[in-house]
Design a protein around this ligand. Structure first.
Ligand SMILES: Nc1nc2c(ncn2[C@@H]2O[C@H](COP(=O)(O)OP(=O)(O)OP(=O)(O)O)[C@@H](O)[C@H]2O)c(=O)[nH]1
Length: 303
């Protein structure tokens, strides 16, 4: 189609001012026309024609255009060329050295000429990243106990179930410890609820430092906690909990009232192959009850 000169000029002006990145490549992939935005992004002060590969090489040399995180422009180029011109219409998203994200639509014509139109989607990408970050924050909040920052009841039970499944699948042991602070009601009664909260946080902090990071540990509610010890028999789990009792007593040495002197009782059990989490927890709970009855500040193993 032959355009009258004035229309041709208007069309090129419109392309220059439209904010899109527009480029036309010939069948040998040589850039024959680029609008102002495309040139400003990739080729300021460079005369056309220029082969597509040289467009990228030029940008890389001058620190502009496409961001090549590996720093290896030739490897990057050969990767792109393996897909370029493979379909009549293709969309490619790329990030630029200046931080923008551009989505290019490449339209390959039957005669081998290719029109490339790029749209700035940086705002969209930012929104996408914000949504993803907020989603992760929401998931984390739904799994976290607000007072202590530990896993909450739902989460620690989920982790316990996963540990039981893993133990069954691998025929390795797993032990559960139900932990309950002693005489916690009197802490609240004598020092107030806020001081009680401080005790819960201090206890959680000691456990966080003293327990293995890959053991699931969470607050079941109130002053009760659950520890899931992967790979440990009840006997070894018992030893871990006795050590925690000693560590706690030592950590309290420098603490002030009412943290000082707070102890816990604990019921430990090793999960039996094929049993449900509820059954294992029931046994741990009975062991905990036995520890309380026997005078508190102790661990009891429930098999
Ligand atoms: N400060 C504070 N107290 C809580 C919280 N959740 C539960 N409690 C209190 O924890 C206390 C638990 O009391 P009990 O169940 O009688 O247990 P205990 O006094 O520790 O007695 P034993 O377990 O038998 O040694 C109650 O006073 C609850 O109000 C919390 O988030 N913060």
């Amino acid at each position: 189609m032959n355009l009258p000169d004035d229309l041709r000029t208007r069309l090129l002006d419109a392309l220059d001012g439209c904010g899109l990145l527009v480029a036309l490549f010939d069948p040998d992939d040589v850039l024959r026309h680029a609008n102002a935005t495309y040139r400003a992004t990739f080729l300021p002060d460079v005369a056309l024609p220029l082969a597509f590969g040289d467009v990228l090489r030029h940008g890389h040399r001058h620190g502009i255009g496409v961001r090549i995180s590996s720093g290896d422009v030739e490897a990057f180029l050969s990767d792109i060329l393996s897909r370029r011109r493979s379909l009549p219409i293709r969309s490619v998203t790329t990030d630029l050295v200046d931080g923008r994200w551009i989505m290019f639509t490449e339209t390959l014509r039957d005669d081998g000429w290719m029109l490339t139109v790029g749209t700035d989607i940086s705002t969209l990408k930012q929104t996408e990243a914000d949504i993803s970050r907020r989603h992760q924050q929401a998931v984390l909040a739904s799994q976290t106990d607000g007072l202590t920052g530990l896993s909450n009841r739902n989460r620690v039970l989920q982790l316990a179930q996963a540990a039981l499944d893993h133990a069954t699948a691998t025929t390795t042991p797993v032990s559960l410890a139900l932990i309950d602070l002693d005489h916690f009601k009197s802490v609240n009664d004598q020092h107030g609820h806020l001081e009680g909260d401080r005790v819960l946080r201090a206890f959680a902090e000691v456990c966080r430092h003293k327990l293995r990071p890959d053991d699931a540990f969470g607050r079941m509610g109130g002053e009760e906690f659950l520890l899931v010890m992967r790979g440990l028999s009840a006997a070894r789990g018992y030893a871990v909990m006795q050590r925690l009792r000693r560590d706690l007593a030592r950590s309290w040495d420098d603490a002030r009232e009412p943290i000082r002197g707070v102890t816990f009782s604990c019921g430990i059990t090793q999960a039996r192959p094929g049993e449900t989490l509820d059954e294992a927890l029931q046994r741990a709970d009975e062991a905990l009850y036995a520890a309380k009855r026997a005078g508190r500040d102790r661990c009891v193993s429930g098999g």
